[in-house]
Design a protein around this ligand. Structure first.
Ligand SMILES: O=C(O)c1cc(=O)[nH]c(=O)n1[C@@H]1O[C@H](COP(=O)(O)O)[C@@H](O)[C@H]1O
Length: 262
């Protein structure tokens, strides 16, 4: 479940657009839905827009989630040249940083290998990464589909993530996950991307507010459903601010996903 404190959602919850409201929002989601969600995914930009006060809320939120054994995916979409990437890796995946958490989203569009410091640190510190492959936004195609079925950009990211996990010493799934949106339709087959041997987790946003359905998810990820972490943010968060309504909305989404599988 996403923790996306958009200004519009804060207003809908009867809150002002302040850092104090972020704290109320994020902690309400954690209390109401932490134990009925596989993981919570705070959207970092929505905390950053409140500057240091917003980031302080994010740190507190992540610390409390860790105390409650709730897994966190920090949606920071980081990606930079290697030397700078090492600093982003320390921030989100290091041992000393107050922002470090279970996993972080990364953008490979400065080259997959530019992510090396984060990939290595995640593996060393038993944390995870989710690398953008096929994103849920329609504009993503203009970059990610380049190369077509023979040699697509997205396909090369999937292959690189696969190699990364094959070379990892982790048992079962490796530390390098992928982001593949629930709205991508037939893109995997059109681009000849085969996920059947992919040995990492897949984060799939786009379900709910962006229009993808539970059935769409089962069509896209047939055979590898158990690796997919579906995200819904606005679709559930708009049920707030009451804890019971939020929890009901999260559980309804989980049931919808579950029943579509049968
Ligand atoms: O990495 C992400 O989380 C992400 C990747 C992507 O391809 N599409 C996408 O929507 N997201 C994020 O997933 C969330 C989707 O939010 P809703 O559309 O409100 O469910 C937002 O926080 C997005 O930033």
């Amino acid at each position: 479940m996403g923790v996306d404190p958009h200004p519009g959602l804060l207003a809908q919850w009867g809150l002002e657009d302040t850092a104090a409201s972020l704290e109320y929002f994020a902690f309400t989601v954690l209390d109401a839905c932490g134990d009925v969600s596989a993981a919570l995914k705070p959207q970092v930009a929505l905390f950053e827009r409140h500057g240091s006060a917003g980031l302080a809320v994010l740190e507190k939120f992540q610390a409390k989630a860790a105390q409650q054994d709730v897994l966190v995916v920090a949606d920071a979409k980081r990606g930079d040249i290697g030397s700078t990437m090492a600093a982003y890796a320390d921030a989100w995946l290091g041992e000393a940083s107050p922002l470090a958490t279970d996993s972080v989203t990364l953008s490979p569009y400065l080259g997959f290998e530019s992510l090396r410091p984060a990939l290595d640190l995640a593996s060393k510190n038993q944390r995870g990464t989710f690398v953008l492959a096929l994103t849920s936004n329609p504009e993503g195609r203009s970059v990610q589909h380049i190369g077509g079925p023979e040699k697509s950009v997205a396909g090369s990211i999937v292959q690189a993530a696969q190699r990364e996990n094959e070379s990892s010493a982790w048992q079962n799934m490796g530390p390098c996950g992928l982001v593949i949106g629930a709205t991508v339709g037939q893109a995997l087959s059109k681009l000849n991307i085969d996920l059947s041997t992919f040995n990492g987790p897949i984060l799939s946003p786009g379900y709910g507010a962006q229009g993808a359905s539970a059935e769409d998810l089962y069509r896209i990820f047939e055979g590898i459903e158990r690796q997919v972490l579906v995200n819904s943010s606005r679709g559930v968060l708009s049920a707030g601010p009451h804890r019971s309504s939020l929890r009901d909305a999260a559980q309804r989404a989980a049931e919808e996903l579950d029943s579509a599988s049968r």
